[in-house]
Design a protein around this ligand. Sequence first.
Ligand SMILES: [Fe+2]
Ligand SMILES: [Fe+2]
Length: 156
Amino acid sequence: MKGHASVIADLNHYLSFELTGHRQYLLHSGMCRHWGFERLARIQQEYSTEETQHAARIIARILLLGGTAAPKELRAIVGAPSVPEQIELDRQLVSDALTQLRDAAENCEKRADYVSRDLLREMLDDEERHLHWLEIEAGLIDKVGLENYLQSQLGS
Ligand SMILES: [Fe+2]
Ligand SMILES: [Fe+2]
């Protein structure tokens, strides 16, 4: 089965977001665990795993379309040095991913590749929920203050 070149390019572009997210959240999870913030560590690890699963599905789709899974721009990841900075960095990544996902889904629609479109829409749903979670956490820090917020992250 042969896919449209621009769809394969978009999928590869999106794959680089998934792989960046996977590594960034894994690193943030490790740092949170090191600091004793077990709840955040667990959730960050779950998001890291979710991105791995997304990446695996994108890779499978690229291969099925006859393409090569070759994400071009693996972004450098930085482990932000504090919880609020981690949340902000993750928000930026997920926001950028959402923009690219919407464009890519639109392109799939144009090229009549409805299976790729539906796959990306599923991921859009996951990433919108991811962004929502990050916004809730950032809002809680504002509302209750950083000290109280971090206190509540000690349990799992
Ligand atoms: Fe994802
Ligand atoms: Fe995500």
